[in-house]
Design a binder for this molecule. Structure first.
Ligand code: AIR
Length: 153
């Protein structure tokens, strides 16, 4: 099997760091996002990359989001994966409070406008200088694959 036959390779060189703490922070705007966002955790588990998973809303709990993202680098995180639906501000707000790479996951829900296009545009349309790498709608797995690639770069 060549390295291109699988999407994600394990990151054995980080095994020691992984024992000390998470390298990837998975955050999401609501508990209702958890079932979908847990799929990112599964990919990271398979890649043997340590992660943590937390619910925090950019609109309902903005101070918590700011505090988490400001402290992320100091705590040893390398990448933040942020998933949210509707007016999905979480990835952008995260990127405003950290210089770590932020991967946004636009999510659909029963209240979505245009089948989730609201969240997709909210995640993608960041102002210059505050980057968010976006994956497809309801595709946290790709966010995790991308996080592993960033960590292994
Ligand atoms: N959300 C929560 N705070 C800000 C936003 N944009 C999003 C969540 C979820 C959707 O609103 O990410 O996808 C609905 O949340 P809830 O808690 O009402 O189920």
């Amino acid at each position: 099997m060549t390295q291109f036959e699988t999407q994600t390779q394990p990151a054995p060189q980080f095994a020691e760091q992984a024992q000390d703490g998470p390298l990837v922070g998975i955050i999401m705007g609501s508990k209702s996002d958890l079932e979908t966002m847990e799929k990112a955790g599964k990919v990271l588990e398979e890649a043997e990359v340590a992660f943590e998973i937390e619910v925090m809303s950019a609109h309902r709990d903005p101070e918590r989001v700011a505090d988490y993202c400001r402290k992320a680098r100091g705590r040893g995180l390398k990448v933040i994966i942020a998933g949210a639906g509707l007016s999905a501000a979480l990835p952008g707000v995260a990127a405003a409070h950290t210089d770590l790479p932020v991967i946004g996951v636009p999510l659909s829900s029963s209240l979505s406008a245009a089948g989730g296009l609201d969240a997709l545009l909210s995640v993608v349309q960041m102002p210059p200088g505050v980057p968010v790498a976006a994956v497809g709608l309801d595709n946290p797995r790709n966010a995790a694959h991308l996080a592993v690639r960033i960590i292994n770069a």
